[in-house]
Design a protein. Sequence first.
Length: 194
Amino acid sequence: MKNIAVFVSGGGTDLQSIIDAVQEGSLKVNISLVIGSKAGIYALERAKSVGIPVHVFCKNDYENLSAMYEDVISLLKLSKIDYIVLAGYLSILSPNIINAFEGRIINVHPALLPKFGGKGYYGMRVHEAVIASGEKISGATVHYVDEGTDTGKIISQGIVPVFPDDTPETLQKRVLELEHKLLPQTLAELLNDK
């Protein structure tokens, strides 16, 4: 079984979908670590409640991102991590960690890339932009991470409708429900031993 580290920055509902899939047996990986971008986020409580070790790496504690990720890389190597999964992780990765885990970092993005991706497109801003553009569909994309922002190879996508009366909040809820299915399914297809 492969060892994964899940990186989080908020409430951790995508993390919970991964934990649930592991517990149900559809996703056959070890969630070896959860890494948070700041202390006090609920995602860390979700991990602790099922006995997953948590670590916090806050960029404000470091001179620069590269130095922070050197410490993260050391921990990941020590923990024999095979893949990193970014599940609502809002910090930018520096080139050193992307190179150390090339082709083994997976992100979920709340839109249909390549549309509504790149610098500045995160969180509610994505859904605001989708609605403002008059799109009839939106969705989620699971993709590999490279040195660009949201430019890595697309692994899978799912679609949800955008309704005329949608607000960014109602669209976000629908996309998040999709993410909770798409992310664990995609990870199972990629990472379960064949």
